[in-house]
Design a protein around this ligand. Structure first.
Ligand SMILES: *[C@@H]1O[C@H](CO)[C@@H](O)[C@H](O)[C@H]1NC(C)=O
Ligand SMILES: *[C@@H]1O[C@H](CO)[C@@H](O)[C@H](O)[C@H]1NC(C)=O
Ligand SMILES: *[C@@H]1O[C@H](CO)[C@@H](O)[C@H](O)[C@H]1NC(C)=O
Ligand SMILES: *[C@@H]1O[C@H](CO)[C@@H](O)[C@H](O)[C@H]1NC(C)=O
Ligand SMILES: *[C@@H]1O[C@H](CO)[C@@H](O)[C@H](O)[C@H]1NC(C)=O
Ligand SMILES: *[C@@H]1O[C@H](CO)[C@@H](O)[C@H](O)[C@H]1NC(C)=O
Ligand SMILES: *[C@@H]1O[C@H](CO)[C@@H](O)[C@H](O)[C@H]1NC(C)=O
Ligand SMILES: *[C@@H]1O[C@H](CO)[C@@H](O)[C@H](O)[C@H]1NC(C)=O
Length: 353
């Protein structure tokens, strides 16, 4: 990689182990290397920092899936054309360097599954070319500032799940017109879901599970989100009924609303969706007779989780579950149903809800 002629070097999956030595600081000639993939090896110890001073032609750096320690090197942005930086699945610590905000051509920044801490520096939001900002599974803190996030108007993927972020989802998120994937799962976010989310009309995935987001889910008009495929709102504090507008999302295949405070009957319109996964567990839905009647129109359902709803209702005697052609898993545990049916069994936590 320190060669004076190599432009592309892909040594991923080569079982390389040991240390990646720094280029001696006496070397000052700029190297022509543009694409470096050292991912999926067994490299350990400090990730080089000063080496990048002479790697000013770098466009793509993929060092993911090793065991590098140390910090994210701020000098990476000395390369004026850096477009992709993937450092996920390492042991990097410290904070996200403010200097990454100088990467004016950076489109992809992935540093998930490391040990980063601190707040996301405001300078990072100067990297306005970013299309994919993916920092999940770290220890990042602080709030998602509305004034900052809108600067990243090219974002397609925002993944900040499994961190320690708090505060509200800012209303300005609605200005991210290109957003397709939003992951904020397992943080400490609270407040209401901003109604402006319905302006992100290209959304395909909304994953907000395990937070404390509250309020009426009907605040968001889902009718504008035609592309939605996956919605996961598990373990929040949502209340009210399931908004009718969600039934117009004809591409929705997975919907998880479990562990909230939703109530009401299951709307017949849910049958229009081609869901393969539906979990409503641990809410206060009512009328199981009507629910089963509605579910009969599901053709593609493989997993149906209803546990801890329909309290004290009688299991409909004349209904059968035979009509679900593809159903592989059904959980109705702890629903205090009366009647003869004894299905519903326990499996791993994630499948239960
Ligand atoms: C190495 O990484 C580059 C950039 O991420 C990517 O284009 C290439 O496909 C990767 N090589 C392999 C074998 O995965
Ligand atoms: C980096 O390389 C890995 C293979 O080791 C690949 O799976 C991953 O997609 C690459 N990252 C990017 C952003 O292309
Ligand atoms: C990580 O690298 C190992 C080899 O070191 C490989 O077996 C594994 O599939 C890689 N994981 C990913 C997510 O690319
Ligand atoms: C939600 O808030 C409650 C009460 O403030 C707190 O006990 C709980 O840990 C919070 N859960 C999450 C996932 O933030
Ligand atoms: C929701 O959006 C749809 C489509 O844009 C619109 O027709 C409808 O009136 C909206 N509903 C509400 C309650 O604003
Ligand atoms: C949960 O929502 C209720 C109102 O629906 C509210 O009173 C309560 O403060 C919320 N809890 C949290 C932790 O946000
Ligand atoms: C359940 O819904 C059906 C159809 O809307 C209705 O006829 C029935 O009375 C409801 N049952 C209960 C217990 O509310
Ligand atoms: C539903 O299942 C049918 C038959 O298995 C398949 O052809 C169709 O593509 C599926 N639809 C969706 C939306 O997954």
């Amino acid at each position: 990689m320190y060669s004076r002629s190599i432009i592309v070097l892909d040594v991923s999956f080569c079982r390389l182990n040991g240390v990646l030595h720094e280029l001696p600081s006496s070397v000052t000639t700029v190297r022509p290397l543009q694409v470096l993939n050292i991912s999926s090896n067994e490299l350990t110890a400090e990730f080089p920092s000063s080496t990048w001073n002479v790697m000013q032609s770098l466009v793509v750096l993929n060092a993911s899936n090793n065991s590098f320690t140390g910090h994210i090197p701020p000098s990476l942005c000395l390369s004026p054309s850096l477009a992709m930086l993937d450092l996920c699945y390492n042991q990097l610590s410290g904070s996200v360097p403010a200097a990454l905000g100088n990467c004016s051509t950076l489109k992809v920044l992935k540093v998930g599954n490391n040990k980063l801490s601190g707040i996301i520096p405001v300078e990072l939001f100067h990297a306005t070319s970013l299309e994919n900002l993916s920092l999940p599974n770290n220890g990042l803190q602080g709030e998602l500032d509305g004034g900052n996030i809108v600067k990243l108007s090219n974002l397609v993927t925002l993944d900040l799940g499994w961190n320690k972020l708090n505060g509200k989802i800012p209303r300005s998120i609605g200005q991210l017109q290109r957003l397709e994937e939003l992951y904020l799962s397992s943080n400490n976010m609270f407040g209401e879901l901003p109604s402006t989310l319905s302006n992100c009309t290209r959304l395909i995935i909304i994953d907000l599970m395990i937070n404390n987001i509250s309020g009426d889910l009907g605040r968001v008009n889902f009718s504008t989100l035609h592309n939605l495929k996956h919605v996961d709102l598990m373990r929040n504090n949502f209340s009210g009924i399931v908004p009718e507008s969600i039934y117009s999302c004809s591409n929705l295949t997975a919907l998880r609303l479990s562990m909230n405070h939703l109530h009401g009957e299951i709307s017949p319109r849910i049958g229009n969706l081609h869901l393969s996964f539906l979990s409503l567990a641990r809410n206060s839905f009512t009328n199981i007779t009507e629910a089963f009647h509605v579910f009969k129109s599901f053709r593609n359902i493989t997993t149906l989780i209803l546990a801890q709803n329909f309290m004290n209702e009688a299991m409909p005697q004349d209904e059968t579950i035979d009509s679900f052609q593809n159903l592989q898993y059904i959980n109705m545990a702890d629903s205090s149903l009366t009647g003869n049916y004894q299905f519903g069994y326990r499996s791993s936590e994630i499948w239960r809800y």
